[in-house]
Write a protein that binds this ligand. Structure first.
Ligand SMILES: [Zn+2]
Length: 190
């Protein structure tokens, strides 16, 4: 093997954005944003380790390009957590959830039934959508923003920021109401 390609964690555009932000604060931040120049530096003699795909604005554009390839269906791994014994993604971590959201936006989710727990995702879809919208606005999370842009491109309805902000509190109230309903049920059956 002479060359080993690793899918880039971030685009050139995002890398520059974060480097400039950190530079302005006087911070040297050795994070995923520097892999483009760090990987060649740590490549051993005779093997080029290359970060590939940073020319795309986000990972979503890469996913759009390859999602229908049979080899991707077989080998895609979104998870950075623990795989289960079958080698599948865990299906419940942040990376897996966002991958399912992207597949949902692309209208491909049904095809991944054997790979991801899509019924779990569908039950909590609104919660996951709200999480992405909230993080985009509060943390300026570029990954979340790229998902929102992808949703706009595919006319996929995401909740508004106001809705997403309220969702947690409303979700709590809703749970309490459901609990009260169950209590009422028990008290009325006596
Ligand atoms: Zn996972």
């Amino acid at each position: 093997m002479r060359k080993f390609l690793i899918s880039s964690s971030s685009s050139y555009r995002d890398s520059l954005y974060y480097h400039n932000q950190m530079y302005a604060k006087g911070v040297l931040w050795l994070d995923e944003w520097c892999e483009g120049f760090l990987l060649p530096m740590v490549s051993p003699i005779g093997l080029d380790i290359v970060s590939d795909g940073a020319q795309y604005p986000s990972k979503n554009e890469k996913i759009e390009k390859v999602i229908n390839l049979p080899i991707v269906r077989k080998h895609l791994r979104a998870c950075t957590g623990f795989f289960d014994e079958s080698g599948n993604d865990c299906g419940y971590c942040k990376k897996c959830i966002r991958m399912m959201l992207i597949l949902d936006i692309l209208g491909q989710l049904d095809k991944w039934e054997n790979h991801f727990p899509i019924s779990y995702f569908r039950r909590r879809r609104r919660y996951f959508q709200c999480d992405v919208v909230r993080l985009a606005h509060t943390d300026d999370d570029l990954s979340c923003w790229s998902i929102i842009r992808l949703a706009e491109k595919y006319n996929y309805k995401m909740p508004s920021y106001t809705y997403a902000k309220c969702y947690k509190q409303l979700g709590g109230v809703y749970s309490l109401l459901r609990l009260k309903k169950v209590r009422d049920l028990f008290s009325s059956s006596k």
